[in-house]
Design a binder for this molecule. Structure first.
Ligand code: GDP
Ligand code: IMO
Ligand code: MG
Length: 428
């Protein structure tokens, strides 16, 4: 039995979907622990590409139980659509379980996310506008009672919750945003339609997780977003509204911290960020454009071009610490194949002082100038390499520097989007 956590080491889109799918092959259970359909996790199998927003990335393995845990937030329309589309493509969703405690993203959450972002103007966060901030806000507010997945089992209960919420939301919509009020009846009917598709998968996920732990199951806890989008440990306020870090895996699933055996942080071989906020190693120039084109760095969820730059070793070291990382899965290494030289940021220069960890204070982070170490590139195609020893010397040197900076071993190296393009190494 092992419990492994998969966490994004950076600002999301590190290839968590690919890594989770690989681990799922050997796992009994895959559990998404936080976030909602702000996530977009890509799994490539042969010629087929699956973009999963809510359903755990273990779903392509027919024997793996896939759970959306208490810490997730669920848009019924998105879940029903994703579910139908997988089934249409011949993927069985029989093993999907959805926590009744998970909070439901309602149309008013999406609308409020949109209106709030518009109102922020130039100071917007650049959210995915999927209603994530507003739904987690209601979760922490507690009353009036928000809609949870349990309420999709009982239409009268759903109506009660929606009416309770709209009594408050409509005042805000009208008074603050001058928007039209929303009607409970239509909303209940709409959500109820989607509920029909997913109802039979709603369960007491916490009990199920304990049952699996007791049975000695192999469990993968799949994170969404990334460490620096964490509500507390990210680059606040340019973050998401959930706990993306490894500790969030325990909160979101009910798995106790002592049950976790390993924490795999997934890091790109460079850095990207989508949305606003500090990004010390950003290359807003030809280098960044080249990385974007080679890495197809356009958002899986919103299609926005991702901001690109060299690997931020300071961020990675900080990430390894915050997550208590035991392993690094290094992804998209092949994207750097074409570069004559490659760079890693080994420190931040802030007001004449060198920093080896990301400072918590936003004003300091805003001033950070990256100090780079430049290494020779490998200038060859890594895509077909299957064994670590067959990687060119400069590539192994690049990986060795990453391991040294993060004081964590790289146990998986991804050199392409497909399952086969992954080189595994044993943990020393
Ligand atoms: P996630 O949100 O962390 O699951 O990552 P995304 O799916 O949003 O973005 C990662 C993208 O990179 C996807 O399109 C993957 O198919 C792709 N990908 C993953 N690993 C590799 C790799 O090693 N090389 C290349 N070229 N693409 C990869
Ligand atoms: P995956 O799981 C990259 C970013 C948004 C925005 C900020 C807040 O695919 O890695 P939100 O809608 O969550 O309130 O937006 O977080 N963001 C992501 N960026 N990958 C993601 O998910 C993201 N989910 C949210 O762009 O900057
Ligand atoms: Mg993504």
């Amino acid at each position: 039995m092992a419990v492994r956590v998969v966490v994004g080491a950076q600002w999301g889109d590190e290839g968590k979907g690919k890594i989770t799918d690989l681990l799922a092959e050997q796992a009994d259970v895959v559990i998404r622990y936080q976030g909602g359909n702000n996530a977009g996790h890509t799994v490539v199998v042969g010629e087929d590409s699956y973009k999963l927003h809510l359903i755990p990335s273990g779903i392509l393995h027919p024997n793996t139980l896939c759970i959306m845990a208490d810490g997730t937030v669920i848009d019924p329309e998105c879940l029903a659509t994703e579910y139908d589309s997988l089934v249409t493509r011949g993927v069985s969703c029989e093993n999907l379980r959805v926590s009744g405690n998970a909070h439901v993203i309602m149309p008013y959450h999406r609308l409020l996310d949109e209106l709030q972002e518009e109102a922020r103007g130039a100071g917007s966060i650049g959210t995915t506008r999927r209603g994530i901030g507003p739904v987690y806000t209601d979760k922490t507010a507690r009353k009036p009672l928000p809609v949870r997945m349990w309420d999709l089992l009982d239409k009268d209960m759903l109506r009660q919750r929606v009416e309770g919420q709209l009594a408050q939301k409509n005042v805000i919509l009208e008074a603050v945003y001058g928007a039209e009020v929303l009607r409970a009846d239509e909303m209940v009917e709409e959500v109820w339609r989607y509920a029909q598709i997913i109802q039979r998968h709603i369960c007491d996920a916490r009990a199920l997780v304990f049952e699996q732990l007791q049975a000695g199951a192999d469990i993968v806890l799949e994170g969404a977003q990334g460490t620096f989008l964490d509500l507390d440990y990210g680059t606040y306020p340019f973050v998401t509204s959930s706990h993306t870090v490894a500790g969030g895996a325990c909160l979101g699933t009910g798995v106790g911290p002592t049950m976790v055996d390993s924490v795999i942080i997934v890091s790109k071989a460079y850095s990207t960020r989508v949305g606003a906020g500090p990004f010390p190693t950003e290359e807003d120039n030809e280098t960044g454009d080249r990385i974007r084109e080679r890495g197809c760095e356009y958002g899986t969820t919103t299609g926005r071009p991702r901001r690109c730059g060299w690997l931020d070793g300071v961020a990675l070291r900080t990430s390894a610490n915050i997550n208590g990382a035991t392993e690094i899965a290094l992804t998209l290494l092949d994207v750097l194949d074409a570069f004559e030289t490659v760079k890693i940021c080994t420190g931040y220069e802030i007001g004449g002082t060198t920093h080896g960890m990301m400072p918590a204070r936003p004003e300091l982070l805003a001033e950070a100038r990256p100090i780079f170490e430049e290494l020779p590139g490998w200038e060859c195609d890594l895509g077909g390499i299957a064994a670590y020893e067959d990687l060119p010397r400069p590539t192994r040197d690049y990986i060795a520097l990453i391991e040294e900076i993060a004081a964590t071993p790289v146990t998986m190296v991804s050199v392409g989007a497909s399952r086969e393009q992954t080189i595994r190494r044993d943990v020393p």
